[in-house]
Design a protein around this ligand. Structure first.
Ligand code: AMP
Length: 218
């Protein structure tokens, strides 16, 4: 299964991709996670990406394509993948088509996580994640059973949850604007190619997941 997840920041792409990964053993390939990892490791590429990420702007197409190419070339991606956060503009969609043609692995479907834009702000300000396993929580809608620590680990070793640096109000505003202007055109792009499925992502996580499975034919 080769899926692309589309949706605004805060629409739940990461949460749903992680559930599908855990259920079906298909790797989640998140361009945001790959970039954050490069920044945390202080690589040359991470240093080049950091300013754009801090401002909520898109990192250059060339940097992100390099990361995605390397990730999709790993053995575990040969049996499928869930692309989360890539592509993010029409040029990236073209580059992805070329890359997947080279790999002989075309996209099966594109699933749009559809949420009304006024719900996104609260989702993003409430988001917390585990620095160790990347599990995503929301203090309003899906809190950790261990409060501010990750419930995916045994009691005493449960790491303190963290808030992403770009989940600050001023940066969130810009990320949502960037989504509208650069990423939303992909909805029409994939609709035109007959690949788009739409999921109402403004429901409880498990309900969204059931709809997601159906839409993805999983
Ligand atoms: P995300 O975790 O998907 O919200 O991504 C966090 C940040 O990483 C974004 O605000 C961008 O700065 C950068 N980023 C993630 N994916 C891409 C992409 N496909 N193209 C450009 N920048 C990206």
């Amino acid at each position: 299964m080769r899926l692309v997840l589309l949706g605004a920041p805060g629409s739940g792409k990461g949460t749903q991709a992680q559930k599908l990964r855990d259920d079906k053993g298909i790797p989640q390939v998140s361009s945001g996670d790959l970039l954050r990892d490069a920044v945390a490791r202080g690589t040359e590429l991470g240093k080049r990406a950091k300013a754009a990420m801090d401002a909520g702007e898109l990192v250059s197409d060339e940097i992100v394509l390099g990361l995605i190419r390397e990730r999709l070339g790993r053995p575990d991606a040969a049996k499928g993948f869930i692309l989360d956060g890539y592509p993010r503009n029409v040029a990236q969609a073209g580059a992805l088509d070329k890359l997947l043609a080279e790999l002989g692995q075309p996209i099966d479907s594109v699933v749009l996580m559809d949420v009304e834009s006024k719900a996104l702000f609260q989702r993003l300000t409430g988001r917390r994640s585990c620095p160790k396993c990347s599990k995503v929580f929301n203090v309003y809608s899906s809190p950790s059973k261990l409060g501010d620590r990750c419930d995916n680990h045994a009691g005493d070793e449960a790491p303190q949850l963290v808030q992403r640096a770009d989940d600050r109000e001023d940066v969130i505003e810009n990320r949502l604007k960037v989504y509208e202007s650069q990423t939303r055109p992909l909805v029409e792009h994939y609709q035109g190619r007959g690949l788009l499925k739409v999921v109402n992502a403004d429901q409880a996580v498990d309900k969204v997941y059931a709809d997601f499975l159906r839409a993805a034919g999983a």
